[in-house]
Each structure stands twice: as C-alpha cells, then as structure tokens.
Design a protein around this ligand. Structure first.
Ligand code: NAD
Ligand code: TYD
Length: 357
C-alpha cells in the first residue's frame, strides 16, 4: 500500500508528508514540480527514509502521471499541488489556470484511467482527495453565518476562481464517472515551512530582519486561522472515513483581524527575541489595499466534527507560539528561502503596493 501526494514539497504538503510518515508505516510518493514555492529542504528529515520517494514533475504532464500511477499503484491520491498566493494570482493569473485547473483536470483523467483498471477491494478502496480552500465561497459581511458546505461558490480572486474551477472538476468526475473523490475546503493555515510571502511568516521574517511589516488597507480583514498540523490531521481523517462525493469544510473557529495577527506576532517576538531598537510594532506600515480584497472568511466545521469526529488540537495561542518558535529555530531555512527569486517578488510587489495614500 502506498499513497501519492502532489505538491508535497510545498507548505501544507510537506507538513502532511512528515506527519504521515511519523504517524504510520505506509510509504508515500511525492510528485512536485518544485516551483518557487516547492522546497526539498522542508522534506530533509525524511529524505533517507525508505518509505519516501520524491519525483520532480508537473501534474499537467499526462504521460508522467499515467506512468507514475501504473508503476507505483497507489491506493489514494492526495492532491495539494497548486499555485496558492492570491497576490501572485492578481499579478499573473496564467500559471494559476494552468496548474490549478488544467493540472487538476490532468490528474483527474489520469486517476480515472488508473482506477478504471483496478478490481475488487483495490477499486472500491481507492480515493482521490482534492485539497481546496474556503476562498471559493467568496467574502462574508460581519455578522453573516460562517461558510457551510452548502454555501454558494462566489470566488473573487483569480486564485479563488481557479480553485473553484478545480473543485467543480473534482465534483463532476465523481458524479459522471463515479471516481471516488472527496474534497476538503480549509481556512487559512499557518505553521512551520510556510513560504514567507504569506502574512504570518512574512511578518516574522521581516520583523527579524528589521524590515517593514506591510498591512493592506485598514488591516481589519478577517481570516479564520488553523494550525497546519490540524489541517493535516483533518485530511488523514477524511481520507480514512470521508464519504465519496462529499465535501468537508475544515477550520479552527479562530476569526482574527489581520492587524491583530500582526500585533500578536510582534508581541511574541518582543518576548522571545527582543530587538535592541524597541518593540517590533514600530515596523508596522499600512500600505495600499489588495485589489478585490475579501473582507472576511469563516468556516463552519460542524460537518467534519459531527460525522468524522475531527477537532483541532491547537488553540491559536499555542499554534502561533509553536510557529514563531519554529521560525526562530530555523534561521537556515529562512536564509535559503530568501533567494534572489524571493527578493525579486518582495521588492516588485511591495514597491508597487506602496503606502496608503
Ligand atoms: P504552496 O504554494 O506552499 O505549495 C504548492 C506546492 O505545489 C509547491 O511545492 C509547488 O512546487 C507545487 N506545484 C505547483 N504547481 C505544480 C504543478 N503544476 N505540478 C506539480 N507541483 C506543483 O501551497 P500550500 O499553502 O501548501 O497549499 C497546498 C494546497 O492547499 C493548495 O491546493 C491550496 O489551494 C490549498 N490550501 C491552502 C491553504 C493555505 O492557507 N495555505 C488553505 C486551504 C487550502
Ligand atoms: P495571505 O497570507 O496572503 O492569505 P490569503 O490572502 O489567502 O487569505 O493573507 C492573509 C491576509 O493578510 C489577507 O487578508 C491579506 C493580508 N496581507 C497583508 O495585510 N499584508 C501582506 O503583506 C500580506 C501578504 C497579506
């Protein structure tokens, strides 16, 4: 028995692979293109583990997908691979359509052909787990009920639209062809190995370098934060017991405004790594807002809690503490990530974002 994980060198995929191998004996094959967001250093702890195999490749490569499935014969595919950063999707949506829409289509077609050839328990036990986001549901007003699985799809960014398209493909491949698909829609993750273009690691990494902490607009946008290990546990639970054709929303009921997140991280750093120049909050800068910025996300996770018994293990306090500690202890990982390509993105994006008029 083995599973195939796409995007396993990214933030959540790497956490999933590490957790998977420490939780059981089953091997895992990772297929990842190693875009700017993919990082083999995040998988260094399992590089020599005989149960781990890494294949560098593109999910849009139908021949590679077919060969991998035929040779490795996984009992499940856990599909993380995607372009994942909203700001990049605004500046260049093309890659999002290719990897997120075309890539998911290619993978579903490969899975369908492979699954078709399985028999007996191998066929009935096969799963395609499609990992998605709460951003497909659009934006909530203050006081609106959280996103349940029945909430209409109203994606607002190119990223969200590409993920919504991939969710629709996954749904159709189940409905039309019977492919055993299960989908998860999770809220914002944070934790170890997150690329520092996303809010929480960006604030930690910039603060430690004495650089400004950019807050878009008024900073009152709300996200619903979940520690990455809790997301990985939810995916394992859905893989083991989720019903085919169903979607499961995953979230930690941690609605927090961006400015509060930034201040919390600053205070933790003041405590754990005080700066001689004074409190880190001095570095906060309000900058021009993201175009089409969604105001609020919130997940109603009652279905996965009720049906599958999943609950998050971390509170936001414990999770953010672990996360800040991890970045403080992994200066090498940060230094290697801050390569030329990363610096180029930071200077281009934030120069154009500019300060709030
Ligand atoms: P990430 O950007 O950190 O990693 C994505 C990984 O996919 C990288 O390793 C990259 O090299 C790989 N990849 C990209 N295009 C590929 C392609 N065409 N072929 C093969 N590999 C490719 O992303 P993440 O934050 O780990 O997110 C993983 C998944 O979880 C995504 O599908 C995302 O939509 C979803 N998700 C993320 C969050 C979050 O808060 N980060 C929340 C909910 C859902
Ligand atoms: P991000 O981590 O990019 O995740 P997402 O856009 O998928 O929710 O951003 C989280 C929130 O933080 C979002 O409301 C945008 C905001 N944000 C900033 O205020 N400044 C920044 O530099 C970044 C990257 C994000």
């Amino acid at each position: 028995m083995t599973i195939l994980v796409t995007g396993g060198a990214g933030f959540i995929g790497a956490n999933f692979v590490l957790d998977w191998l420490s939780a059981g004996d089953e091997p895992v094959i990772t297929l990842d293109k190693l875009t700017y967001a993919g990082n083999l250093e995040s998988l260094a702890a399992v590089a020599d583990d005989h149960r781990f195999r890494f294949v560098q490749g593109d999910i849009c490569d139908a021949a590679l997908v077919a060969t991998l499935l035929a040779e490795q014969r996984p009992r499940a595919i856990v599909h993380f691979a995607a372009e994942s950063h909203v700001d990049r999707s605004i500046r260049g949506p093309g890659e999002f359509m290719r990897s997120n829409v075309d890539g998911t289509f290619t993978l579903l077609e490969g899975a369908r052909a492979y699954w078709h050839g399985l028999v007996g328990d191998d066929k009935s036990g096969f799963r395609f787990l499609h990992v998605s986001t709460d951003e497909v549901y659009g934006s909530l007003e203050p006081g609106d009920a959280s996103f349940a699985e029945s909430h209409p799809y109203r994606p607002n960014s190119p990223y969200a639209a590409s993920k919504a398209a991939s969710d629709h493909l996954a749904r159709a491949w189940h409905h039309t062809y019977g492919l055993p698909v299960v989908t998860t829609n999770c809220s914002n993750n944070y934790g170890p190995f997150q690329f520092p273009e996303k809010l929480i690691p960006l604030v930690i990494v910039n603060a430690l370098a004495g650089e400004s902490l950019p807050v878009y607009g008024d900073g009152r946008q709300v996200r619903d934060w979940l520690f990455v290990g809790d997301h990985c546990a939810a995916i394992r639970t859905v893989l083991a017991a989720g019903r085919c054709g169903e979607t499961y929303n995953v979230g930690g009921r941690n609605e927090i405004a961006n400015i509060d997140i930034v201040q919390t991280v600053c205070r933790l750093l003041d405590e754990l790594r005080p700066s001689a120049d004074g409190p880190y909050e001095r570095l906060i800068r309000f900058v021009a807002d993201r175009p089409g910025h969604d105001r609020r996300y919130a997940i109603d996770a009652s279905k996965i809690e009720r049906e599958l018994g999943w609950r998050p293990a971390e509170t936001f306090d414990s999770g953010i503490h672990r996360t800040v500690r991890w970045y403080l202890d992994h200066g090498d990982w940060i230094a290697h990530v801050k390569s030329g390509a990363y610096r180029e993105w930071m200077s281009r994006h934030y120069r154009q974002a500019g300060p709030t008029p």
